[in-house]
Design a protein around this ligand. Structure first.
Ligand code: KIV
Ligand code: ZN
Length: 513
């Protein structure tokens, strides 16, 4: 047993399975680069066989990222596994992650397979994968609700076939820390070849215990890999949060006695990037990355911290990447300075043309906003109108009139496949009127499920407003994000961005985990 804890990030796979969190290839690549800067050991880049889009994203990440192992999820069948291997060809270090459910409920009701058939399929799939890459992870889906003797037989068989990591997920977030820790411990004791693999935990947060369960899996169960996501993003109530696991193990090294290779100063930038890309806002009181995580409001606490920091602080804000909002650029900054800042933020543009469009947008923003922060630049490049040729809908201009006692009116000029259209409407407020003006023409029929506004940089009314719009249509849920100093314009951008996502011909097959 080593004293290193492997951090396996699944933001781009399990995290992306959150309703509305689907990301484009470019967005995933940008996040993968940030995960590499964070020094995560393994990046689960996607589920290559689920769609052509996912295949391309895994491939792009495998080709670009050199420091982390790149992993692709596959069901336990040859087609999925071969597709993962194909997507991972360019990786420095490639991992195939294959899974099959082992709980009585899943085997009988979902897979309609007998336990012996499941055992055989698990064995076959690891044997097949082992001929393609050396690093194989096997997951027993719904592992925690499986019967220990059967699970032990499956795990022993797949280790014999060459699985190098064994992951025991609490797929439905049902576990309790003490019970989960003991479950992993007992299972390891029951598997005769358990020392030939690294044991891993993967916990969902349905009862709010994903982090506690994962830590118990490590401390009591002896697991040496934790699967987690930035901001705890994930199916339903989410996954185990990377920032909480890492900071718990580091802050309480006295208790866990384990090392993690993470560069913690990259945690907050990673959190912001994921939040801005997906439109999933981080709650202010979220541990480590919430806006209030290091804010001391009570006089007694403030007094204590001023006298001796450790009276009320167990971690240092700067160690996890909190710094005062950094003014990076302004009106007079040139193209080179802008390009360099993009590079420093890990943002790679595909062409000089794309940089030119982004730079023009930056200049436009700098004319209206004196100080440009990193967050503004991130929002600017997340804005799909930077790559208009790739998008169906784009905003050209917006005007609206609102006056106390009058019903607001809006006129929105936008493009559909490059052709200009004008929509006009009234509404309850200027935002309502603007979105109705677009919808009056587009007639998408999508249902608005969520609308939220957030200030990108806190503490000033000069901040850009970042709007998230969630639309649902024919069973698909997408989030669109738009940013602008004018929140009505930001709202129109967010609405058009969501329409673009609805239009994309994504043929994703949802992963089962
Ligand atoms: O939750 C789960 O069981 C999963 C597996 C596919 C690893 O995500
Ligand atoms: Zn999962």
């Amino acid at each position: 047993m080593t004293d290193k804890l492997i951090i396996f990030d699944t933001t781009l796979r399990d995290g992306e399975q959150s309703p509305g969190a689907s990301m484009t290839k470019d967005e995933k690549l940008r996040i993968a680069r940030q995960l590499e800067r964070l020094k995560v050991d393994v990046i689960e880049a996607g589920f290559a066989a689920s769609s052509n889009g996912d295949f391309e994203s895994v491939k792009a990440i495998a080709d670009a990222i050199k420091d982390s192992t790149i992993c692709s999820l596959s069901r336990a069948n040859d087609r999925d596994i071969a597709r993962s291997a194909e997507a991972l060809k360019g990786a420095n270090r490639a991992r195939i992650h294959t899974f099959i459910a082992t709980s009585p409920l899943h085997m009988e009701k979902k897979l309609r397979m007998s336990p012996e058939q499941v055992l055989e399929q698990a064995r076959q799939s690891v044997r097949f994968a082992r001929n393609l890459v050396a690093d194989i992870e096997f997951s027993a889906e719904d592992g925690y609700r499986s019967e220990l003797p059967f699970l032990a037989r499956v795990v022993e068989a797949v280790i014999d076939e060459g699985a190098t990591t064994i992951n025991i997920p609490d797929t439905v977030g049902y576990a309790i820390p003490e019970l989960y820790g003991n479950f992993i411990k007992t299972l390891r004791e029951m598997v005769p070849n358990s020392d030939k693999a690294i044991w891993s935990v993967h916990c969902h947060n349905d009862l709010g215990m994903a982090v506690a369960n994962s830590l118990a899996g490590v401390k009591v169960g002896g697991a040496r890999q934790v699967e987690c996501t930035i901001n705890g993003l994930g199916e339903r109530a989410g996954n185990c949060s990377l920032e909480e696991i890492v900071m718990a193990v580091k802050t309480r090294r006295d208790y866990f006695g384990l090392d993690v290779g993470i560069d913690t100063s990259q945690i907050v930038p990673a959190s912001r990037m994921v939040s801005q890309t997906t439109g999933f806002v981080v709650q202010p009181n979220k541990a480590v990355v919430g806006a209030n995580a290091f804010a001391h409001a009570s006089g007694i606490h403030q007094d204590g911290v001023l006298k001796a920091r450790d009276t009320y602080e167990i971690m240092r804000a700067e160690d996890v990447g909190w710094s005062a909002n950094k003014i990076v650029l302004g009106k007079l900054s040139g193209r080179n300075a802008f390009k360099q800042r993009l590079e420093e933020l890990g943002i790679e543009m595909e062409s000089e043309g794309e940089i030119n469009v982004a730079f023009a947008k930056f200049k436009e923003l700098a004319d209206r906003k004196a100080e440009i922060f990193d967050e503004d630049i991130l929002a600017l490049v997340s804005d799909e109108s930077v790559t208009p040729e790739k998008e169906q809908y784009g905003l050209v201009s917006l005007s609206q009139h609102s006056e106390t006692g009058e019903r607001p009116q809006a006129k929105v000029v936008f493009t559909i496949d490059g052709k200009e259209f004008v929509g006009q409407s009234d509404g309850n407020g200027p935002v309502d009127a603007s979105l109705k003006a677009i919808e009056a023409h587009v007639k998408s029929g999508a249902e608005l499920q969520l609308y939220s506004v957030n200030a990108i940089t806190s503490g000033s009314t000069e901040s850009q407003g970042e709007v998230t719009v969630r639309l649902q249509h024919s069973g698909r849920i997408v989030n669109g994000v738009g940013a602008d100093p004018d929140i009505v314009v930001a709202s129109a951008k967010a609405y058009l961005s969501a329409l673009n996502k609805l239009q994309s011909k994504a043929d994703r097959v949802a992963a089962q985990g």
